[in-house]
Design a protein. Sequence first.
Length: 286
Amino acid sequence: MSTTFTIDTATSRANPTPAPMKRLTVPAIRKRKGGEPLVMLTAYTVRMAQLLDPQCDILLVGDSLGQVIYGLPSTLPVTLDMMCAHGAAVVRGSYHSVVVIDMPFGSYEASPQAAFASAARIMAETGAAAVKLEGGVAMAPTVAFLSERGVPVMGHVGLTPQAVNALGGYGARGRSEAEHAKILADARAIADAGAFAIVAEGILEPLARTITAEVACPVIGIGASAQCDGQVLVTEDMLGLFERTPRFVKTFEDMAGRISAAVETYARDVRSRTFPGVDQTYLPKD
Ligand code: KIV
């Protein structure tokens, strides 16, 4: 497994970063509570990390890579091997953002000790600064165990995709009073246990507002209204690469359309023998 955390500029296909900024730290993210909103996006590959990094505070190597990169039906089959390989690539492609890596399903739930072993592997193999795990009250002892041992933890409450089978789907959470109270208790529990930030996914605005007001750490929303301390989206969703996205996604670009148009032109040029042209052809020197 790779232990190289910096990019090899001799072999990289991209230009070296022109003016590297200092990498943000977990305490700096924590201090942003109530301040300028935190900007977070998912990244799974080195080139995407390079492109996103200058604008972002946090790059999340989400286990959503199961669906986005591997075409899996959910995040459940994602492995530690996958997270470590993609995590290391994103660390190599970034110099400014805090890189947070999702702990995959099955790698942390059994015990705080099991969670520590998985988190230690992720951090040692990728060079990332923090991990993210899903769950609330039940995961609070694990969040405390990791945080007290030098592993910064980002929590994730509300719609927790690894629990899709228990939740029965990907719909918004917190509609009933009981669910509202449970999600609030979850957020409080992991914040009190030492989480440095919490992702709140797919929850109603009043609940997002209450959680954000009540917990000490920044709350980063995804489908959780503008009331949070920051926002995160799956990058491929906001770039318009997929036909179907959740209601909370705003597509900022039509990348699928642009790629299709470019490939159509390429195919036409190949078939008409207009590509490759003289500029792309090695000719004998005179
Ligand atoms: O896996 C992921 O990409 C996530 C975000 C959607 C928050 O957890």
